[in-house]
Write a protein that binds this ligand. Structure first.
Ligand code: NDP
Length: 392
């Protein structure tokens, strides 16, 4: 039986992961869970899954949870802060770690699991955007394993030959075709984007996700972050990664080979499929997702992405091509801008403006140590907040 840690268990991916785990009690045991402030949800999960250890980033929330577990007579160890999250990830009884904390906050706990040689089921794409080079080096150094959870990267993984780590050219892979739904504003008149609300941005046509990734999908920064994620997961050059807008979200991505073959992975848009795939790999087991009805889907459409409508996609390609700390700066500025859009401080089209100005103001360098990347992240957050303030 495998021991599993679910980092970010109270979020959209976390809840879907627990749903899949609960379908296979003979195969998996939930050992650790983590959250930030969601005491009620984590308490309910503790009652259902009886983990050994839980951690909350927020100290006051951890105390409140510990109190409630104690009065219920549950003997579950509760810890807090980044140290607690790292312990949950690196716990000795854990084999597989679902890395599903949102944002750069997921990097340190996920790296802690990498350093213990765990199998990482990686949903937290921001970890690779901020520190892709360092992260993949540590994976190799510590004999860890990374299986992608992002539906696109999981699809690419499924379409790759087993030995893709020998190098894409050697195994005959020409291009990765990352599909994108285009989000809720794909066809909205540009002039109307200035007044869209957070609720409209979070109403994704095909996927039900957390608020940050929903806004990223609406701006297509999500696809930009995924281009950077794919660059590191598959050791691909940015110009080998083509984004294809595919509004139905049925093809989750494709791999093109030197002989002209294009392999695709299809399925209903439900994250339990890639989660179950990565949990069971190299075997397969059920996920709770229904069978794909191609007669209902009826047609598959494809469009080129419009970088005038979605400047975030252009900014992400520029950042990954520039290298150095630029992707970390891009990510930090995006996290600030999305949060400020969600709290009503800036308009939707201000998101790329804040990011572009932050990228211009923070000097790029080739620093790749964790400390250096974190310093760039902090500086970028400060500069991005200044750009937000200048717009309010
Ligand atoms: P949610 O916002 O739904 O959940 C985020 C989780 O992270 C929650 O458990 C939250 O705890 C926790 N969390 C938030 N901030 C912190 C922090 N500072 N320290 C520790 N924990 C924190 O996000 P999603 O589940 O949508 O996304 C999670 C990750 O997976 C993201 O990186 C996203 O890009 C990626 N992903 C998501 C997909 C989806 O369909 N949702 C698809 C592909 C990738 P609390 O509840 O207490 O706030």
């Amino acid at each position: 039986m495998k021991g599993v840690a679910v980092l970010g268990s109270t979020g959209s991916i976390g809840v879907s992961t627990l749903d899949v785990l609960a379908r296979h009690p003979e195969r998996y045991r939930v050992v650790t869970l983590t959250a930030n402030t969601g005491v009620d949800k984590l308490y309910e999960q503790c009652l259902q899954f009886r983990p050994q250890y839980v951690a909350m980033a927020d100290e006051a929330s951890a105390s409140a949870l510990a109190q409630r577990l104690k009065s219920k007579g549950l003997r579950i160890e509760v810890d807090s802060g980044v140290a607690g999250l790292k312990s949950a990830a690196a716990h000795p009884d854990v084999d597989d770690v679902m890395a599903a904390i949102v944002g750069a906050a997921g990097l340190a706990p996920t790296l802690a699991a990498v350093r213990k040689g765990k199998r990482i089921l990686l949903a937290n794409k921001e970890a690779l955007v901020v520190a892709g080079d360092l992260f993949m080096q540590e994976v190799t150094q510590h004999g860890a394993e990374v299986l992608p959870i992002d539906s696109e990267h999981n699809a690419v993984f499924q379409c790759m030959p087993e030995n893709f780590r020998d190098g894409l050219a050697r195994v005959g892979v020409e291009r990765i075709l990352l599909t994108a739904s285009g989000g809720p504003f794909r066809t909205k008149p540009l002039a109307e984007l200035e007044s869209v609300t957070p609720e409209q941005a979070c109403a994704h046509p095909n996927w039900d996700m957390g608020r940050k990734i929903s806004v990223d999908s609406a701006s297509m920064m999500n696809k930009g972050l995924e281009v950077i994620e794919a660059r590191w997961l598959f050791d691909a050059k940015p110009d080998q990664i083509q984004v294809v807008v595919h509004p139905q979200s049925v093809i989750h991505s494709m791999v093109e080979y030197a002989d002209g073959s294009v392999l695709a992975q299809l399925g209903n848009p439900d994250m339990r499929t890639p989660i179950a795939h990565a949990l069971a790999w190299p075997e397969r087991h059920g996920s709770g997702v229904g069978s794909l009805n191609l007669f209902d889907v009826a047609r598959l459409d494809f469009e080129e992405p419009d970088t005038e409508r979605f400047p975030c996609l252009r900014l992400a390609y520029e950042a990954v091509t520039a290298g150095g700390v630029a992707p970390a700066v891009l990510n930090a500025a995006n996290e600030v801008a999305v949060e400020r859009f969600l709290d009503g401080s800036i308009s939707f089209p201000s998101i790329p403006r804040v990011i572009e100005q932050t990228l211009e103001k923070v000097t790029n360098g080739d620093e790749q140590s964790l400390e250096g990347l974190m310093a760039a992240d902090r500086e970028a957050r400060g500069v991005a907040e200044q750009q937000v303030a200048a717009r309010v």
